[in-house]
Design a protein around this ligand. Structure first.
Ligand SMILES: NC(=O)c1ccc[n+]([C@@H]2O[C@H](COP(=O)([O-])OP(=O)(O)OC[C@H]3O[C@@H](n4cnc5c(N)ncnc54)[C@H](O)[C@@H]3O)[C@@H](O)[C@H]2O)c1
Ligand SMILES: O=C(O)CC[C@@H](O)C(=O)O
Length: 398
């Protein structure tokens, strides 16, 4: 299998994939047209990326492409819907960089409280200002609000405990039992978090539903002088509203994911909040530990897919198909039996949604399970039972 790696991934991961017998083409600088050209040239079965965008034209460039692995958490950089319509799997590496991101997010919260970057900038400029930097609120006993209690949100809750910060959290599927187990107070809505928290950290995925989850109303509901940290994605926070809240309500803001983040790893950067906020360079996941863990997981996904055809951490397989019925066929393990069964299935107009064939020890017999969407008929079932080497067949509603 050819594996094109378009971003920097750990050497250990690349070695593991090579040791699995696969050709690795590594070009960490690929993006845009260069990525499309490389996909066309190498026609890989697997593409591994970090933040590199994978749009529809990239998916179209490699007819052999079967799997895109996001060596990270967020898959908003990949045209997942486009991959689904082309029958291409997309997988990610969930949780593997969560500790690293939580470390940065907490660093930013503390930096906002103590104005650490401004202290450093002043010292570097040859200015001593103990008077100017002497006041801070402190975080112990302050309430931390969390939006999103996935892998990173949970890591944040753990760290908040160590800092003596009560946590109020909103997450779309957080239950009271989950909240109790995590030692946090569950909020019914994001606005409830805004009202109760002194500092808020954002950890939801970027989706159409989470766009501007932090908007003008959210910022208005936060107390004067509150702090907000965004290490999730730019579009989850309305940055124009943030700029206004910085001016009018003394909001303190830090982000690792500024809007208009450059695609290139180095270059010029301008941002309307560059002076008013603390902006880091999308480095939440960039610790050695996270890079190693992400690399290992990306390699595991590639190797598991190559060996089993199954995709760990797939993000675009339907949780629930449209299947209405399950056809179970016990049969002798002979050539052509399933073809005969499927011919009847086709004539009956049953739309196959899921299918598996398990062989019994010794290899004499097998059982096929076909989940389909369609109206069952006794006549079709009788014809399946008549297919040569079929032992028995049943249909039940699922
Ligand atoms: N700054 C960085 O370097 C960096 C690194 C890793 C992840 N991230 C970002 O942080 C995000 C969270 O990472 P994670 O590892 O915790 O992911 P996760 O999948 O474990 O958690 C995602 C959270 O988003 C919520 N969510 C997803 N879709 C939603 C929707 N439609 N409406 C409301 N909530 C929704 C989920 O409920 C969950 O709470 C990632 O999606 C990514 O964008 C940034
Ligand atoms: O790969 C990176 O450096 C960033 C990854 C991060 O945004 C993610 O969603 O995992």
């Amino acid at each position: 299998m050819t594996v094109l790696v378009a971003d920097s991934v750990s050497d250990a991961a690349l070695d593991a994939i090579r040791e699995g017998g696969h050709d690795v083409v590594e070009d960490p600088g690929l993006k845009g047209d260069a990525l499309v050209d490389a996909l066309r040239e190498h026609d890989p079965a697997v593409l591994v990326v970090r933040s590199t965008k994978v749009p529809a034209e990239a998916l179209d460039a490699a007819p052999s492409l079967e799997l895109v692995v996001r060596a990270g958490a967020g898959v908003d950089t990949i045209d997942v819907a486009g991959a689904s319509t082309r029958g291409v799997f997309v997988a990610n590496c969930p949780g593997k960089n969560a500790a690293a991101v939580a470390e940065l997010a907490f660093g930013l919260l503390l930096a906002l409280d103590r104005r650490i970057p401004d202290n450093v900038i002043a010292a570097r400029a040859g200015r001593w200002d103990k008077k100017g930097f002497a006041s801070a609120r402190g975080v112990r006993g302050r309430t931390l609000g969390l939006l999103g209690m996935g892998s990173i949100g949970r890591e944040m809750a753990e760290r908040a405990r160590a800092f003596g910060m009560p946590v109020v959290a909103w997450s779309r599927s957080l239950t009271d039992d989950d909240a109790r187990a995590l030692g946090v107070t569950r909020a019914d809505t994001p606005l409830d978090v805004a009202r109760q928290a002194d500092m808020v950290s954002v950890h939801v995925a970027s989706t159409p539903e989470t766009r501007h989850l932090v908007d003008a109303d959210f910022l208005e509901a936060m107390p004067e002088g509150a702090a907000l940290v965004n290490t999730a994605r730019a579009d989850v926070v309305d940055e124009a509203a943030v700029a206004r809240a910085v001016d009018t309500r003394g909001l303190r803001y830090a982000t690792d994911v500024p809007a208009g983040e450059p695609a290139a790893k180095q270059g010029d950067f301008e941002h309307p909040l560059a002076d008013a906020a603390y902006i880091t360079h999308h480095v939440g996941a960039s610790t050695d530990q996270a890079t190693e863990a992400i690399g290992q997981e990306a390699a595991r996904v590639v190797l598991a897919y190559a060996e089993t055809g199954r995709v760990p951490n797939s993000v675009n397989l339907a949780d629930q198909t449209a299947a209405t019925h399950l056809l179970t066929v016990r049969h002798l393990d002979r050539v052509g039996v399933l073809a005969g069964v499927l011919a009847v299935v086709r004539e009956a107009g049953w739309n196959v949604q899921e299918m598996e064939n398990l062989v019994f020890t010794g290899g004499g017999a097998a059982v096929a399970r076909v989940r389909f969407d369609g109206a069952p008929s006794d006549e079709a079932l009788a014809r399946i039972r008549e297919v040569e080497h079929v032992l028995n067949a049943t249909v039940i509603a699922v």
